[in-house]
Design a protein around this ligand. Structure first.
Ligand code: IGP
Length: 394
């Protein structure tokens, strides 16, 4: 099966869903196969697009047989909740996620719908992204993307590049961001040449680059990502996108991405698990972004996470405070992270060498910086101004 995960043993669960979540044997089961070959429940707002491998109606016993990709997914709380008829928004809310999905099934321009209007900018971005993803599914189905991936430049080791840089310099590795604009700050740089900026970042020692691909709110694009990769840049590339569907991960890889971003404030645990599996299958790194203690605890509860980003900016309010990094790395959380060898990336609002030292002392081994570099006339040289060489007596 295309897109299937290698080496996973399907696990079968027999379930007797409530009549309210499934219309029963006479009604419409509302399952379909997604582009990656997984069965998804959906269509009805009450049922949840969760992925299992097979869903079959057993009419004689009035029950539905679901088979899952592996035990991790089959045993997850979300699957149990889903089987008992909870919607994905309810499941997400149980995990403290405030961003709701609208599940629009057509390209209607208006965001007004079953859920009213979006409550904040992040929710608005996500609802718009749902429409974009529907369009992407039309334009680039998985069969097409799989072919493009075969022709894409080979994946580079994103995490390895961060570790090597940190070990070489003793300073947090830099992920320098190619960012033209943001919803909070507007246009950051008028004269914006993504390839030139990327080359300057690489020349002045960035370990990796982050390329914004969201067009509507950040004025980025997948063409920028592709252009930077094709320009011969050696730094591994993070595709900075609002990922809500696994197809976007395949798309990012087809455009040359080496890593993708998963935002814990948007994605329930099961999506993070499923999407990190897809990343492993494609050889991509996943930077899992958190903003508060609850999100950090959820992510630490997921096996195999190598890279966690602490965003100092709340994406719902845009408030920035770098003490957030310190707060989330204190005590037991910091201890677990050290024991597991997870690399933490300090993200957003870093402007001075003091800011860099502050987050380094808090425990980060990498930083993600956009605005303070991209706003300077020479974004490459700006890197030197952001880092001071430690213990230098010369
Ligand atoms: O420009 P700043 O403040 O240096 O921030 C960079 C980066 O952290 C920020 O762009 C970012 C972090 N997480 C995100 C998620 C989506 C879009 C953008 C972001």
């Amino acid at each position: 099966m295309e897109g299937a995960l290698v080496g996973s043993s399907p696990r079968v669960r027999v379930s007797t869903p409530s009549a309210s979540s499934f219309a029963g044997c006479k009604g419409n089961l509302r399952f379909s196969r997604d582009r990656a070959g997984f069965v998804v429940g959906g269509g009805s707002r009450r049922s949840t697009p969760l992925r299992c491998e097979r869903a079959e109606k057993d009419c004689s016993n009035e029950r539905i047989v679901l088979s899952y990709k592996n035990d991790d997914i089959a045993n997850s709380v979300e699957v149990k909740q889903w089987e008992s008829g909870k919607s994905l928004n309810e499941i997400a809310a149980n995990q403290g996620i405030r961003i709701r999905r609208s599940y629009r099934t057509n390209n209607s321009e208006s965001l007004e719908g079953e859920h009213g209007s979006p409550r904040n900018i992040l929710e608005k971005i996500i609802w718009d992204k749902e429409v974009e993803v529907l369009q992407l599914k039309e334009r680039k189905p998985l069969t097409v993307l799989n072919q493009l991936i075969k022709e894409a430049p080979l994946v580079r080791d994103f995490v390895g590049a961060l570790k090597a840089s940190y070990e070489r310099t003793g300073l947090p590795a830099l992920i320098a961001e190619v960012k033209k604009a943001s919803p909070s700050k507007g246009v950051l740089r008028e004269n914006f040449d993504p390839v030139q900026i990327a080359q300057a970042y690489e020349k002045y020692g960035a370990a990796c680059l982050s390329i914004l691909t969201d067009e509507k709110y950040f004025q980025g694009s997948f063409e920028n990502l592709e252009a930077v990769r094709k320009a011969g840049i050696k730094c591994p590339l993070l595709c900075k996108e609002f990922i809500i569907d696994s197809l976007q991960i395949y798309y990012a890889r087809s455009k040359g991405a080496d890593a993708i971003l998963l935002i814990a404030g948007v994605l329930p645990d099961i999506d993070i698990k499923y999407m990190t599996m897809i990343c492993r299958e494609l050889g991509l790194a996943a930077l899992v972004e958190v903003h508060n203690e609850r999100e950090m605890d959820r992510v630490l509860g997921i096996n195999g996470i190598q890279l966690i980003g602490i965003n100092n900016r709340g994406l719902e309010t845009f408030e920035v405070g770098i003490s957030n990094t310190k707060k989330l790395l204190e005590g037991e959380r910091g201890e677990i992270i050290r024991q597991r060898g997870i690399i933490v990336v300090g993200e957003s609002g870093l402007f001075t060498p003091e800011d860099i030292s502050y987050v380094q002392d808090a425990g980060v081994r990498a930083v993600l910086v956009g605005e303070s570099l991209v706003k300077q006339c020479d974004p490459g040289r700006a890197i030197s101004g952001l880092f001071v060489v430690q213990n230098s007596n010369t």
